[in-house]
Ligand binder design. Structure first.
Ligand code: ACO
Length: 312
């Protein structure tokens, strides 16, 4: 038993923040940001725009894309670490905004930048167990809630946005979410975490080292587990944190850069929304075609990491 992708949607806030905008606000340069991260622009939500607002728009777009209504969905999972409210979950707020009438279960999960892989992992398990027919996975973050404009080493790295994917139960095990792996090491908590006063505490070089080790490890694990090699993969969509991390992962896996999807230049790091937004971007722009096999590695605070194998 497996699944298939039946719809997707995304939302990026209207305001685009460029590296030149940062030059005016702090002691930084476009050259430093571009050479260290590959980031050129990112979208910043309005002060009054919430994770729920962004997630709801992405979810409605995914429903429209799938020609479904919210009452056709039987589970919502939201990967987010930046909700405005501690409770209830973003998921139930989205279902309420969309007028769900089917007692739709919904919950959030906090896997930081690996959150959407954790959600795909849960969805695979639920489909395999025959527990759900149609699952909506949303990745939504308002990273600007955590951006401290007095810290140039983290402020330039992040952006806001939301993406949504709808998977449907299928009798084929060769489409949709084919395989997943998730891992975490809480001993490395100090590398990267949020602070109680909503700032980002990050040891950049240490985070970098772990990312370029863990993402290729997860990619290799899943290829071995699924019995495939890099030649079988059409695209890698890595977590979009930093172009140098992505280049290094590609080199570790001996995978050509022209088969690696890059959106970090436009979106920066949107944490739990990153991979979902990137997949939606690739589908919107006809970069990824129906039937292609995607390897989806991610890494983030926790430390958490993992990978998914998806056939579109
Ligand atoms: N503009 C100009 N200078 C800066 C900036 C900036 N925005 N930020 C930091 N610097 C300065 C520092 O103050 C430091 O100056 P100093 O040497 O005088 O003390 C210097 O730049 C550090 O430079 P480098 O050592 O060359 O920086 P590095 O190459 O380590 O790059 C970076 C820093 C980009 C943060 C890198 O460590 C990195 O990419 N780490 C991973 C971080 C990441 O992606 N986190 C996201 C979350 S995790 C995830 O999603 C995978």
């Amino acid at each position: 038993m497996g699944s298939r992708l039946v719809g997707y949607g995304s939302y990026l806030p209207e305001h685009i923040m460029t590296n030149q905008d940062f030059e005016r606000l702090m002691d930084t340069t476009d050259e430093w940001i571009t050479s260290r991260t590959g980031i050129k622009t990112r979208h910043f939500a309005r002060d009054d725009e919430t994770v729920v607002d962004m997630a709801t728009i992405a979810a409605q777009r995914a429903l429209d894309n799938a020609k479904l209504t919210i009452n056709d969905i039987d589970l919502i999972m939201v990967a987010t670490t930046t909700p405005e409210l501690d409770f209830p979950s973003v998921g139930v707020q989205v279902s309420g905004r969309l007028g769900a009438k089917n007692n739709l279960p919904a919950f959030d999960l906090r896997g930081a930048c690996t959150g959407y892989i954790y959600a795909l992992h849960c969805a695979r398990g639920f489909f395999t167990a025959g527990m759900h027919q149609r699952i909506m996975i949303i990745g939504a973050e308002k990273m600007t809630r955590f951006i401290d404009m007095s810290d140039r080493s983290t402020a330039v790295l992040f952006g806001d946005g939301a993406g949504a994917l709808i998977f449907e139960h299928s009798s084929s095990g060769y489409s949709g979410i084919i395989d997943t792996v998730v891992m975490a090491d809480g001993n490395e908590f100090e590398c990267l975490h949020g602070t109680p006063d909503h700032r980002i505490a990050m040891n950049g070089p240490e985070t970098y080292k772990k990312a370029v080790q863990c993402m290729p490890d997860a990619a290799r694990y899943i290829m071995k587990h699924a019995g495939i090699t890099a030649e079988n993969i059409d695209w890698i969509i890595p977590h979009q944190a930093n172009l140098r991390i992505i280049h290094s992962c590609a080199a570790h896996l001996a995978f050509p850069m022209d088969k690696i999807l890059i959106t970090v230049d436009q979106h920066a790091n949107t944490s739990g929304a990153s991979g979902v937004l990137a997949l939606a971007y690739a589908l919107d722009n006809d970069i990824i075609q129906h039937g292609q096999l995607i390897l989806y590695p991610a890494f983030g605070s926790g430390l958490t990491w993992g990978a998914a194998l998806i056939r579109i």
